[in-house]
Design a protein around this ligand. Structure first.
Ligand code: PGA
Length: 250
């Protein structure tokens, strides 16, 4: 089964609405007509409206970087699925390692966010990945299995249809270090196995697993040509239009 690759930009805490507009004015012409891969940009919440407006009628789709599990209420600073859907945002990153590291995200909160995002019809990108000490201790496999099984808990294959997973080794994020295509392939195979355990073989065969961690124009081809790598989640190298366009055209 061929899985269409996804090139997803994670802008983290970068860009104002004005800078978002400027980026899109330059980026859209660079990727016009590109249909081989799906293109998704995940800006900070305040830029979603601008991005949606600029992306209308183009091949660019819009995502958020997080979502809260409650529908509404006294939760100062939080954003619900309904708000994202209402803003015409279609994707959402869940459980990014920076959320886990700095904002107390756990496997269980990832599971709660994933469940509501799927329920709302969003396409979640669930991030998993080991830290350097875990890789060095030889427990990468255990970590990935645990993160996946806990994230997927209580969710059915039918419900998980729109889910994507991103393998992001934490030691490769923003460091310039990249997993070798072999390392990524091994991790992706393991994640696919774990998805098969929970959701069944048919589901696992169509699940798209992205690689993230210092993806740039120079290494995108080597990574994306791997059979197990179904796309990329890109931080730093997604902030400039020409750099992201080069990755899209890997
Ligand atoms: P990076 O970030 O491309 O800057 O390493 C990737 C990510 O955190 O999603």
């Amino acid at each position: 089964m061929s899985r269409k690759k996804i090139i997803a930009a994670n802008w983290k805490m970068y860009k104002t609405p004005g800078q978002t507009r400027q980026f899109m004015q330059e980026f859209i012409p660079l990727v016009a007509g590109h249909t081989r891969d799906q293109i998704v940009i995940c800006p900070p919440f305040v830029n979603i409206a601008t991005l949606v407006e600029m992306a209308e009628g183009t091949n660019v789709e819009v995502g958020a970087q997080n979502v809260f599990w409650e529908k509404e209420g006294a939760f100062t600073g939080e954003i619900s699925c309904e708000m994202l859907v209402g803003a015409k945002c279609e994707w959402v990153i869940i459980g990014h390692s920076e959320r886990r590291q700095y904002f107390g995200e756990t496997d269980d909160t990832v599971n709660r966010r994933l469940e509501v995002a799927l329920e709302a019809g969003l396409s979640p990108i669930v991030c998993v990945g080991e830290v350097k000490e875990e890789r060095e201790a030889g427990i990468t496999e255990d970590v990935l299995r645990r993160q996946c099984s806990r994230a997927f808990r209580g969710i059915s294959a039918r419900k998980a249809a729109k889910m994507t997973v991103a393998y992001e080794p934490v030691w490769a994020i923003g460091t310039g270090l990249t997993a070798t295509p072999e390392m990524a392939n091994d991790a992706h195979r393991l994640i696919r196995q774990e998805a098969a355990n929970v959701f069944g073989d048919d589901y696992a065969r169509q699940l798209r697993i992205l690689y993230g961690g210092s993806v740039k124009p120079e290494n995108a081809h080597n990574l994306l040509e791997q059979a197990e790598i179904d796309g990329a989640l890109i931080g730093g190298a997604s902030l400039k239009p020409d750099s992201l366009a080069k990755i899209v055209k890997w």
